[in-house]
Design a protein around this ligand. Structure first.
Ligand code: PHE
Length: 338
């Protein structure tokens, strides 16, 4: 029996030493120490031996088993490091090649400008209100002193849903909705989408406005001017001037259009301002007493101003964009620049 073991042991030594890969080591483990392996088979013969023989042979057998296990472990470790060496030598990884980057999105330029303007008004104590984009004729026109068949309705190229329901053409209907539900004093902005049936370099059928209004006792036109001047300075810089020109809106009296000094040529005249040095950015005025009547306010007690600012217009001036249609197109080459 001892002889058998010596043969197994020396054969195992040879085979393990000449194993050239981890697969060989695995096979040899099975061959010698596996369930039906040569050493395991020897262990099974122990049962038939006398107590004395069992003790002696068992000890030798165990030593032999440990010896083989040891050889296997050592050879396995050697092969593992050499396999790593080989793979390091043969598989060249160029760590300087740029990785594939995950593209990050960001906010749309209209959203960026909206957020900036809204936060300016929030800092002045205004609160934000919203109204529906599908609006009743009453709020979009009637309550704002546009009687049916009034020519001023033509100023707003309206999309009709049906006779009395429209896609709102401006954010001004929110004035009436807020006044119906709240008593003065009011200091409100209403940002949102508006719709007009119009499309060219400076018009798109859906665009964004920010309505603002303030109603209380003794609100004057100078309050309007002061607040808008401050907002314009924050958006376009402190050297931007504003001017008020007389205009007409049925829901304000008097009405004005407000220009800023051209942000491109600083007032000296260029093609953006059509050589006038001024650019129109919003419509405004003192709220017409007729609107207060429709909303249930006492026009003798309260006064207030309102204005409507086009967001795309501000974004175009701020970023030097010459075609408003670029905003809804979603061409990544355009959007990536913001
Ligand atoms: N709603 C007007 C428009 O879209 C702008 C405006 C708002 C004018 C508030 C005066 C007061 O043209």
């Amino acid at each position: 029996m001892h002889n058998d073991l010596d043969v197994i042991k020396s054969k195992a030594g040879e085979e393990i030493a000449s194993a050239s890969g981890l697969k060989d080591i695995h096979d040899l483990k099975v061959k010698y120490l596996g369930k039906k392996g040569l050493i395991t088979t020897q262990l099974k013969t122990l049962g038939a031996l006398s107590r004395e023989e069992k003790k002696e042979f068992g000890k030798v057998l165990n030593e032999c088993k440990n010896h083989i296990q040891d050889l296997l472990n050592k050879q396995e470790a050697i092969l593992k490091t050499s396999e790593l060496d080989i793979s390091l030598k043969t598989q060249n990884i160029d760590v300087t090649v740029p990785g594939s980057s995950v593209p990050f999105g960001h906010l749309h330029p209209v959203t960026l400008v909206f957020d900036e303007i809204i936060s300016i008004f929030l800092s002045l104590g205004f609160t934000v209100e919203e109204g529906p984009e599908i609006e009743e004729d009453f709020y979009n026109f009637e309550a704002l002193n546009f009687p049916k068949d009034h020519p001023a309705r033509d100023m707003q190229d309206t999309f009709f849903i049906c006779e009395d329901v429209v896609l709102r053409t401006h954010t001004s209907p929110v004035q009436v909705r807020v006044m119906e539900k709240n008593a003065p004093p009011l200091r409100v902005i209403a940002p949102g989408k508006v719709y007009r049936c119009d499309s060219d370099v400076s018009h798109i059928p859906m665009f964004h406005q920010l309505e603002g209004f303030m109603v209380d006792k003794n609100i004057r036109m100078t309050d309007l001017k002061g607040i808008l001047e401050l907002v314009v300075h924050r958006i376009f810089g402190p050297n931007t001037s504003i001017r008020l020109r007389p205009s007409f809106f049925p829901f304000t009296e008097p009405s004005v259009e407000i220009d800023i000094s051209c942000v491109i040529c600083k007032g000296s005249g260029c093609n953006v301002c059509q050589t006038t040095g001024w650019i129109e950015i919003l419509g405004a005025g003192m709220i017409n007493p007729r609107v207060y009547e429709k909303a249930g306010y006492d026009p003798d007690k309260y006064t207030g101003f309102a204005f409507g600012l086009g967001i795309e217009r501000v974004a175009m001036l701020k970023y030097g964009i010459n075609d408003v249609r670029l905003f809804p197109e979603n061409d990544m080459r355009f959007l990536k620049q913001f």
